[in-house]
Design a protein around this ligand. Sequence first.
Ligand SMILES: Cc1cc2nc3c(=O)[nH]c(=O)nc-3n(C[C@H](O)[C@H](O)[C@H](O)COP(=O)(O)OP(=O)(O)OC[C@H]3O[C@@H](n4cnc5c(N)ncnc54)[C@H](O)[C@@H]3O)c2cc1C
Length: 793
Amino acid sequence: MARCSGRATSRSYRKMQGHAKMTMFAVFSILSLFFPSSTEAGLYTATDQIILLTPETVESVLVNSTAAIVVEFYASWCGHCVAFSTTYKNLARDIKEWKPAVDLSAIDCADESNRKVCTNYSIRGYPTLKFFNAYSKADSKGQSLRAHRDVRGLRQAIIDKLEKHEEPWPPACPPLEPTSKAEIDSFFETNNVQHLALIFEDLKSYIGREVTLDLLQFENIAVRRVLNTEEALVSELGVTDFPSCYLYYPGGNYTQLKARTFYSYALQRLPGVERSGKPTPNKVNLKSNNTNEPWRHFNASRVYMADLESALHYSLRVEVSAYPVIRGKDLNSLKKYICVLAKYFPGRPVVMNSLRYIDSWLQNQYGNEVSYDAFRAALDNTAQAPDTALPEGVRWVGCQGSQPHFRGYPCGVWTLFHVLTVQAINSRASDALEVLTAMREYVRTFFGCRECAQHFESMVRENLFDVSTSSSAVIWLWSRHNRVNNRLAGALSEDPYFPKIQWPSPEMCPLCHTVKLNGDHKWDLDQVLPFLTSYFSNSSILTDFLDDESIILEKQREKQASEAKKRLGREVKEATTVNPLSLLPTIQEEEEEEEEEEEGPQDEAVAEDMAGGKNYDTTPWVKPDMGLGERRQKRAHSRPVIVGMRMKPQPEDIVDLDSFVNQHYRAKALAASSRVKRRTLQRKEEQEPVPIFGLGLGLDSGLGMVGLEPMEPEFENQKRKHLQKRELSHQVYNVKEGESHRIGWVSMFSVGFSKVDISLCVILYFLSSVCLLTMYLFFKNRLRIRRPKVSQL
Ligand SMILES: Cc1cc2nc3c(=O)[nH]c(=O)nc-3n(C[C@H](O)[C@H](O)[C@H](O)COP(=O)(O)OP(=O)(O)OC[C@H]3O[C@@H](n4cnc5c(N)ncnc54)[C@H](O)[C@@H]3O)c2cc1C
């Protein structure tokens, strides 16, 4: 393979390096503009199953390790390294099961902090692969390993190195040399395993050794390589094909494995073969009530609508609810998600109605934010959009786990998006990336597993934009999902009953799997695509375990009614336990009312109407022909003191109707509730005898006689509270009254005069005019009297 030479030290090379660095810097700067959250500058990330070496960790990884280590020394600016990184990552995925015997690592020599390490290992060109035997010494510089362009070449090169390990053989590495009849005859006496797999092959074949390493992390099985020259065994089993695989049992019994190219896959799935280090699952529990729900028998090779609806419920009612206010980019992500659901979800009519309704509702939210409560109200709103319902709760079927913490929602998310990508093909979507972009943004924003989201994002960044057709979107998601499966195979989060495999298995889709000329496994994409489109198609989705649509609608209605009831209860409660300060105007109004002897029946009617949830007339004026009660009611509307006190003056001509109605409604509720309370209290007072020294005259209903009884505690409390509230309100009111006078004087200058002020002014004006006129007449008369006297003189 071509390599970037690091040998030149001339000025021109340094200059070139400088240019390269500058170019790389520019490229990174541009990339970081597009991917601002990216922090990893090297070619590999923690999700690649490759150990990322640093000066601090290099010694602990390479020296005295129980496993052999392959190190790739690379420079992130080197084009060949970038090209090779894909092969190296594929290799890491491919030989993941070999980890106890050999592990992969990498170090970026372009990073200045790593330069000393690279110099210590005499690295002069990139990429350079080095192989460090298990238990290497501190002064070991490693052996060169050819950087083959293909995974197979690298795999075989690694096996060659492993085999060259000198004695003592590292315990973590299985025996790789061919076996003999003598060893096999006594095998079960010296080994405590249930299965022995024999791979018959020729000397050049690596399959036996590869399968041996593939099964390294599995218990209860051993693999041995038998050469075609081992005639005794070959003839005993009648082997004619090389390579071929046989299961050999004590007593000389054997069976041939037909799936010639998938030995590892087949062997890992033999009964009793378990991944080591994981507790053996208790088979009995699965079928009984191991989760909180009874086990639902299902067909593991089908998609269930119950899983899809459960995923919808969980994502929209649980995941999204983590955002009390959804704004900006997050809101866009939600809109895109709902939009693809409304377009492509192959749901039942009520569910589709619901998705379309919420989609158009969301698209009509022009602001930059939406509260989750408003979104949820729209989601659950059957009143405005009839025959819409998104079933509540989860009911996993194909995504059931053997334990409550296995599978479920993440399985539902994968299934949902596979289905959507396939439906997008069927709907001839014009934008090939529409579903994947919606998935990317949903996962990035709302998917609760943040680490999963990061891993997914790094896969997206790799090559999502290569997707150009709806079919390639289906294949992209399938292959990324398999990559995640590969990474998670054997992880603690893997349900032992549903092991992570490269999906679909050879049993599900035999045609999807082919073999390259060199014997390597290969997916036949021409077969995979039709398999996926058929597997996730609308017509293949099973509707078992779903509630009937009418039942869902009924449930939804019941829920709505009970919520409306609760809401009303809350509002009435709020209104009756209101802060004394906010009661001020009510008290003020009460006092006005108390001054009036007459009392109309409207007040009770208001409270009743309110309880009945009726709408109120918001006309803010009082007509001259209105009755007293009506006037009072209107006055409460037109001049609700609460509104006056609390509402900010609206700018001219702009009326915030919502806030007006809210305030108005609240003012009415408060006024009405306080009136209801007062009247109830009055009625109680009338019914109850007057308390004397903390004792009340009560009616002993049991005996039917009147006597001296302690006051009923609840009533006593109520009355005391009421009196306290009134007293407090009066106190506060008195304080406020002073303030309000001041405010009146101040407002006189800015707003205008009251009627009284104007009347006083007129009277004063009139009086002063009269006074002036009188004075004028008085002096005029006096002058007239004096003038003749002067003339007489
Ligand atoms: C976007 C995303 C990223 C995730 N990242 C992580 C992570 O980094 N770490 C982690 O621990 N967990 C991660 N998870 C969760 C993990 O992938 C599994 O979903 C979870 O462990 C449950 O596994 P499962 O056995 O139910 O099968 P899943 O992997 O969830 O698959 C669900 C079903 O899809 C089908 N299926 C399997 N493979 C494919 C395929 N290649 N193409 C099409 N269909 C397939 C099968 O029928 C399978 O039962 C992620 C989940 C999602 C949605």
